[in-house]
Design a protein around this ligand. Structure first.
Ligand SMILES: C[S@@+](CC[C@H](N)C(=O)[O-])C[C@H]1O[C@@H](n2cnc3c(N)ncnc32)[C@H](O)[C@@H]1O
Length: 344
């Protein structure tokens, strides 16, 4: 998934920096004896990679679509029968489209005669997504699939439909004409099964509340870097995940999001929230991903982290997220930092 702030291409940098930190502080425990928490998990790629390394994982995100994906990436393991999963995907791929909530509110055909005509998906893909979403729920309610299969299928749907969205990258706006990838008929593709430690837990909470309830060894923090809220930029994925027929507003069909607005996107509140998070964290090793254009400056992060223990930083030049290029023609790359704290 092309997700704002995804660490997909930074995994090696994160792993080597974290390994180096553990080595320098003479950490003698094996990965399988340690708990790694990824509390702004997004696509789950960071937690998933450390799970494959043998760590027990705690993962969390405030967005429900992310929770669905990480329930699969982090909690699913050998508990899924791959052959059966493949068959379920095949069945879903051939069902008839339905003129459901997505079609009626986010496709051109479905919004004919309405105040706002929207074109987030082709008519056919919106109907297909509706039909798949409704069928997954029916299977689940009728106990025809397990919890593990439910999150596998729903996560696969969210990940798949995103590839056919008629947007520049995020759901803050749709394009006037169907772009090529949005014209193609949608295929439901299975999310990979990441094997690793079996004792993993996933949450769907505000990190500031959750931090008081969890503990472990390594805490990885990857908050939003700027004012762009995930709840508005990915509102459609949230609606597909919840499928709760929300009241929607305006040109882009936004759902209510006040409960999911992040303080980490707020210049006035972010420093305090970050300091509180560190204060409440019951973890020895704490890592923060941030870039050189974020709401908190490098110096501010260093000052706050140093209050709680020993500080160091790793850095890497990084190609800018695709959506940023369209917005402004600033430098093609940014500097990604991994700030480290060994807590007193
Ligand atoms: C930079 S992205 C994380 C990307 C992720 N590491 C990846 O590689 O896919 C930040 C994530 O933090 C989540 N988030 C923002 N504020 C939050 C909060 N207060 N509590 C929990 N999650 C939050 C967003 O929903 C978003 O998924």
């Amino acid at each position: 998934m092309n997700y704002i702030g995804s660490k997909y291409s930074l995994i090696d940098f994160l792993k080597s920096s974290i390994d180096k930190t553990l080595e320098n502080s003479n950490e003698s425990r094996q990965a399988s004896e340690m708990i790694f928490a990824d509390l702004f998990a997004g696509t789950g790629i960071v937690g998933g990679s450390f799970k494959e390394q043998g760590y027990s994982i705690i993962a969390n995100d405030i967005q429900y679509y992310s929770y669905v994906i990480i329930k699969h990436m982090i909690e699913n393991n050998g508990n899924l029968n791959e052959e059966r999963c493949q068959k379920l995907i095949e069945k879903l791929n051939v069902i008839e489209g339905i003129e459901g909530f997505l079609y009626q509110n986010y496709s051109f055909g479905g919004t004919e005669g309405q105040e706002f005509r929207r074109m987030y998906f082709s008519d056919e893909n919106a109907k297909k997504c509706d039909a798949i979403r409704i069928t997954i729920e029916q299977w689940y309610q009728n106990c025809e699939i397990t919890d593990h299969e439910y999150y596998f299928l729903l996560g696969s749907l969210i990940n798949s439909i995103d590839k056919y969205a008629n947007t520049a990258s995020v759901y803050g706006a749709y394009l006037k004409h169907l772009k090529k990838s949005a014209q193609k008929p949608m295929t439901l593709a299975p999310l990979p099964i990441m094997r690793g430690h079996v004792d993993c837990k996933v949450f769907n909470e505000d990190v500031s509340a959750l931090i008081k309830k969890v503990s472990g060894d390594i805490l990885y923090l990857d908050p939003p870097y700027n004012a762009r809220q995930y709840c508005t930029n990915y509102h459609l994925l949230e609606t597909i995940a919840r499928y709760d027929n929300p009241i929607i507003h305006g040109k882009t069909g936004l759902r209510e999001y006040s409960e999911q607005k992040s303080v980490f996107c707020n210049k006035q509140k972010v420093e305090r929230a970050f300091a509180e998070l560190l204060k409440n964290a019951q973890f020895k090793y704490i890592f923060l991903s941030y870039n050189n254009e974020g709401l908190m400056s490098l110096d501010t992060i260093e000052r706050i982290m140093k209050k709680f223990g020993k500080y160091a930083v790793f850095m890497k030049e990084y190609r800018r997220f695709k959506a940023d290029n369209a917005r402004d023609a600033k430098a093609e790359s940014t500097v990604e930092y991994l700030h480290c704290l060994i807590k007193n």
